[in-house]
Every structure is written in C-alpha cells, then in structure tokens.
Design a protein around this ligand. Structure first.
Ligand code: TRP
Length: 335
C-alpha cells in the first residue's frame, strides 16, 4: 500500500471586531475555501484579540457568530476545515503566557501595529495590546502550520513568531515547526473605494463593501467610487497613476474571472459612468448568495453551535498535544 504523505497545515484567523467585507472575502476567505482539499486547514474567530480594544459585549457575541456563518457561506465547508472560536480553545491563552516569557520588550516595542494602535487609543494602551503578538504566535504554533495566510499588515507579527520559534527551539530542541507567511500579491489586495491608496477597511465605511450589505447600498458606493483625476477617462490598468480605476478593475476581475485585458476591451470607449455600475452589479451578484446563505444559517443557531463545538474539539485535540510538549520541555511538572 502506498504511504500517504500528511497534508500541509494552514491556519489563519480574523478578528470579529467589525463586520466582514469584500477585502476579507477576496483577499482571504475565498482563497481559503479553495484550499480545503489540498491542505489541513484551521480557521478561527480571533475573539481574544478583539478585547485589546474595548468591545461592546453583545456586539462582540453577534459578530463572532455572524463571522462563523459568513465563513461557511463563503464556502468554508466545516466538514473539510476546522472552524472554531479562539476563546473556546483554552490552550491559546496558556501557550500565549509561555511565549510572553520568550519575547523581548524591545521586540514588542518595535511592532508598527502596536505603535499605530497605541496612538489611536491613547486612553487605553493596555498590556494586552502590547503583548498581542505573543498570543498570535501561540495561535499559530499550537497547530504547527506550514503556512499562515495573512495580509501584508500582519507580516511583522509572523516574522516575530518566527523569531520566537528560533529562540525557543535553540534552547529546547525542535519543538515548533517554522511557519511561513503566505501573503497575497499587491494586486490581489482590495483597496477602499473612497480612498484607493488605503486598503479597504471597516473604519472608512463609505469606501467599504460589507458582505451583508443591501444591494442598493453596494451600488451607491460603487457609483461614488473615486476614479482618477486624469483627463483620459478610460478604463486602463495603471495602479501607479490610476489607483481608483485599477482597484475597480481588480475587483471586477476577481468576481468575474475576466482578465485585465479583457476588461479594458469590454469597456473601451465606455467611460466610468458605465464601468462603475457594472462593477457594482458584478459584486452584488457575487455577494447575493453569500448574504442569503449567511442569513439562512443565522436562523439555525443549533447548527452553528454544532459547528463551533466540534471545531473547538478538533482544534483542542491538536493544540493540547503541542501544549503538553511545551510544558514538559520548559520543566512544568505533569499533573
Ligand atoms: N492579528 C490578525 C489580524 O488582526 C488576526 C490573527 C490573530 C491571526 N491570530 C492570528 C492571523 C493567527 C493569522 C494567524 O488580522
């Protein structure tokens, strides 16, 4: 009998600190869904990370469950992927504490996201915000993944995780597998519709398309999308000089599967007045089944509960093995 090589492991998480949007879908979740057969995949709602910034409890609960429903509606099959809620798997907090003690104050001080968030939340610069990358390293290392798909903004945190692995393994031997970040190409990033220099973000809602948004609101945002100040007024791919149009072209390409050249031809001589609503329409049709399926799933709380329970069970089985090994290596007496 042929020996089966184990599948490579992939893991990622999104914080339920806001509603999921088109950038999360096209930049992350859609690709995750396509990898289920090839990889052993773990995806979680990073609820423990969200409390580094004050959250409204009822809203956090709602968004965590909605995020699970949306993951499934976006094509993450719970039979093929391990979907779970971070706080349901206590090993995250436990390994997080251990890794705190193997991460330097100086390293954490250099994290640009910490500096940004501290500047924006000057009234609540708490210890969790500072040590957040240690919890993120624990999230990753518990599952010994080969790849960690993240956005460019998380590269520094994955690099720090790699430094922790290096430090830990050099003391205790090969405990952790070295994870690789898996970062989409620049063109695969979805930028905001109102400020195409910045990535699409919930904090700028007028330029952000939420997965659960009504079609008429989506269309209104596309019609108001910033194109370019040049006088050419033609649909041509040029991210440098035409970031707005190029972003809309990337979005249209991602949802229709058409090439950028084919899109230029399709809208030759048409102007933005025809192009923008066409992109809006294509996005609406892509999101419609996702929204409807997520709404349907949210009516079925028992099903969602069964998904996150069995996800947490599978996740903690794997996580516990790693945690035991770590506790043993560092000298904790077994119970
Ligand atoms: N920090 C990530 C973000 O804000 C979310 C996250 C938490 C994550 N733990 C993770 C992503 C582990 C990948 C792997 O986007």
């Amino acid at each position: 009998m042929e020996e089966q090589t184990p599948k490579k492991v992939m893991l990622s998480g999104i914080q339920p600190s806001g509603d999921l949007h088109l950038g999360n879908y096209l930049g992350a979740i859609k690709n995750w869904a396509e990898r289920a057969d090839q990889f052993d995949c773990f995806y979680f709602m990073a609820d423990m990370h969200t409390i580094t910034v004050r959250q409204e409890p009822a809203a956090l609960r709602r968004r965590t469950l909605e995020q699970l429903a949306q993951y499934i509606a976006c094509g993450l099959d719970p039979e093929k992927n391990t979907l779970f809620i971070q706080s349901h798997v206590h090993q995250h907090a436990e390994l997080g504490w251990v890794l705190n003690c193997y991460t330097m104050f100086g390293e954490l001080s250099r994290m640009t996201q910490f500096k940004d968030k501290a500047a924006r939340n000057s009234e609540n610069i708490n210890g969790g915000l500072f040590t957040y990358p240690c919890l993120m390293a624990a999230d990753i290392l518990l599952y010994q993944p080969d790849y960690v798909p993240v956005g460019e903004d998380q590269r520094q945190h994955v690099e720090l995780c790699r430094n922790i692995v290096q430090r830990f393994n050099s003391i205790y031997g090969d405990v952790f597998k070295m994870p690789e970040p898996y970062i989409p190409k620049a063109g695969a990033r979805v930028m905001g519709l109102s400020q195409p220099e910045n990535k699409m973000s919930k904090s700028i809602p007028e330029g952000c398309i939420f997965l659960m948004e009504k079609p008429e609101d989506i269309q209104r945002k596309f019609k108001r999308a910033v194109t370019d100040s040049d006088t050419e007024h033609c649909v041509r791919y040029d991210p440098e000089n035409k970031p707005g149009v190029s972003n809309l072209m990337n979005i249209y390409a991602a949802v229709t599967g058409k090439s950028l050249e084919a899109i230029e031809q399709e809208f030759e001589g048409a102007g933005y007045g025809k192009f923008k609503p066409a992109v809006g329409e294509a996005v609406i049709e892509t999101l419609r089944p996702i929204r409807e399926e997520a709404q349907r799933l949210l009516q079925d709380k028992a099903y969602l509960e069964s998904v996150y329970r069995s996800g947490a069970e599978r996740a903690s089985y794997v996580a516990e093995k790693t945690l035991r090994k770590v506790y043993k290596k560092i000298g904790f007496l077994p119970r």
